[in-house]
Design a binder for this molecule. Structure first.
Ligand SMILES: [Zn+2]
Length: 267
């Protein structure tokens, strides 16, 4: 890409990103990295400006979300044979909805879990077929492929998509919209960093204050309080999330937060 066209695309994307990113942790957060079943471990942040300005990080304004004391739980990278059913049990106990962004390659053999997610009022959404930074060609093939498979298994409506690692671009947004993902990529406001805490129970990243570096629950609750609500990124392939979800939800409820889900109409 020439310097000029690179600049042009930067300028084109900038207002959109600024609109989506005002005060958003997601915009400065690093990659949606995680240690999960299929072994890619790209957690060390790509903090380049270009990456931070891609469309996959923020929560699109088209969703019209009310984030005032509302928490929108999202779980990526599943389904997980070990954890997803237990997470569903916890959500049921709290009568809370969530969105599961499913990795296509993890679906085979786990169809029952996806049916349960849908039957219990959750949204079953697309987290791309393979957990990679896809090329446009890959995305053009994968976006409808997983959409159709999820529809077949779970009768999934609405259609939502989240890029692995938040790796969106303006061109990929066009591909998603053609595949019926009218909002483009769905990012997040609050990154729990569950993959980081999962290794040893401690996460020493700069954005985690010292008081919370060995306190996953305290960190997540403090971030929700700091932001006042929004879309929260967890991973249902992380045991630390499954083990602590009930405590996190109980503490958030005690703080006056309510759990809500993304819109279900028009998508
Ligand atoms: Zn992911």
């Amino acid at each position: 890409m020439s310097r000029l066209s690179s600049l042009a695309s930067f300028v084109r994307v900038l207002p959109l990103v600024l609109a989506a990113c005002v005060g958003s942790v997601g915009c400065t957060a690093e990659l949606d990295g995680d240690e999960h079943d299929h072994g890619d471990d790209i957690e060390e942040g790509d903090t380049s400006t270009e990456s931070a300005l891609t469309p996959g990080y923020g929560v699109p304004a088209s969703l019209g979300l009310n984030k005032n004391r509302k928490i929108y739980l999202t779980f990526d990278d599943g389904p997980s044979a070990a954890y997803t059913n237990k997470i569903l049990d916890t959500l049921k106990a709290h009568r809370a909805p969530a969105t599961f962004f499913v990795t296509g390659k993890n679906i085979a053999g786990q169809e029952t879990v996806l049916r349960r997610e849908a039957a219990e009022g959750h949204i079953v959404a697309n987290h791309q077929w393979e957990h990679v930074k896809a090329t446009e060609t890959q995305l053009r093939s994968w976006a409808p492929k997983e959409r159709d498979l999820l529809d077949e298994i779970a009768g999934t409506q609405p259609h939502y998509f989240r890029y692995p690692y938040g790796a969106g671009t303006a061109a990929k947004e066009g591909i998603l919209k053609q595949a019926g993902y009218v909002d483009g990529g769905i990012g997040w406001d609050i990154d729990t960093l569950d993959w980081c805490f999962s290794k040893t129970g401690t996460c020493n990243r700069d954005e985690v204050k010292a008081a919370y570096r060995s306190d996953f629950v305290g960190w997540v609750v403090s971030e929700c309080k700091r932001r006042g609500g929004g879309v929260v990124l967890f991973h249902d392939v992380q045991g630390i999330t499954q083990r602590n979800l009930d405590r996190i939800m109980t503490e958030l409820e005690a703080e006056g937060f309510e759990f809500a889900n993304l819109p279900t109409s028009g998508r």
